[in-house]
Design a protein around this ligand. Sequence first.
Ligand code: PLP
Ligand code: COI
Length: 366
Amino acid sequence: MALSFAATSNPSPVSPERRAEILAAPGFGQFMTDHMIRATWTDGEGEGWHSGELTAYGNISISPAASVLHYAPEIFEGLKAYRHEDGSVWTFRPDKNAERLQASARRMVLPELPTEDFLESLRVLVEADQAWVPAYGDGEKSLYLRPFMFGSQAFIGLKPVNEATYMVIASPAASIFKGGPKPITLWVAEQYARAGAGGTGAAKCGGNYASALRGQLEGAENGCDQAVFLDSSTHTYVDELGGMNVFFVTKDGKLVTPELTGTILPGITRMSILELAKEFDLTPEERKVEIQEWKDGVASGDILEVFACGTAAIVTPIGGLKWQGGEAPPTAGEHGGEVTRGIRERLLSLQQGRTEDSYGWMHRLV
Ligand code: PLP
Ligand code: COI
């Protein structure tokens, strides 16, 4: 039976004045809305998912023995809600996020949440917190939605959990990068891998991000904005960034991205850009990309543009590449290359409802 979410309104929501202040400069991930979603899964006795609720946003209580605190069975999603010109609120390909959460759940031995329950949880939260969705035409602002699930069973042994908790929180968002969409510089994390063959790289699980942080910090110490991770076996091939996929625009008209080998997150932005390539007369190509090809390509001019993409990052030009003892010539100019800017604008115009949704990618929430 489909899950329903019993609603209890927050008795002391953020005041309209304070909310307006927050929405004027939300940053990324700093402020939460007034409500949250919660549901529980219990194994056995045919219970499955139950106790769905919408409540005031606030701290939660879990047992110190909860599985997530010890063995990290935790998975999450990230998607955005956009206000369109007529006031309605939409999100982008949420069925794909639902499917990816199910795939992550299978890998991490957590229960799958049916797509209809996932979509309903987003609808209920965004309906309650619709005043938090930034106005149409307010730059690239949106309401970032963060569904997540963790093993909440109190048991110290290692085995599949018999209780899991699903939640959704929401946070108004501007650009993930301070100063907006300017070209970023990447650090090649040669010493650190984010995910290995047979591991959890294709799942959106918390542990992948904990393991990416050290490489990212090393990059920051070397003056870079983000780190790019290589395959953990040979340190030869480009995988992805800590929270974004990567694309190359080549001189011979290809739009190249590393193929999905099981160590890379199958990004929904990535998948969509591969479909948009034809609009830019580019041939999409998913294949292995050597880090050396990147270094040589930007030096020779065979690679014209490089960009990163993801829900939080949208499409972000990559201007520089540094590694221990070297750096590649800059690629993006001050505002990123023409194709990068074109794809960014195409995607944003679809998401923000400024152009007809010819792909049927948008899903109305409110
Ligand atoms: N790669 C990683 C590791 C990510 O965390 C994300 C962001 O969710 C992406 C890629 C891009 O995925 P999507 O486009 O679905 O947001
Ligand atoms: C997203 O783009 O939604 C992500 O989950 C990336 C995260 C590191 C902010």
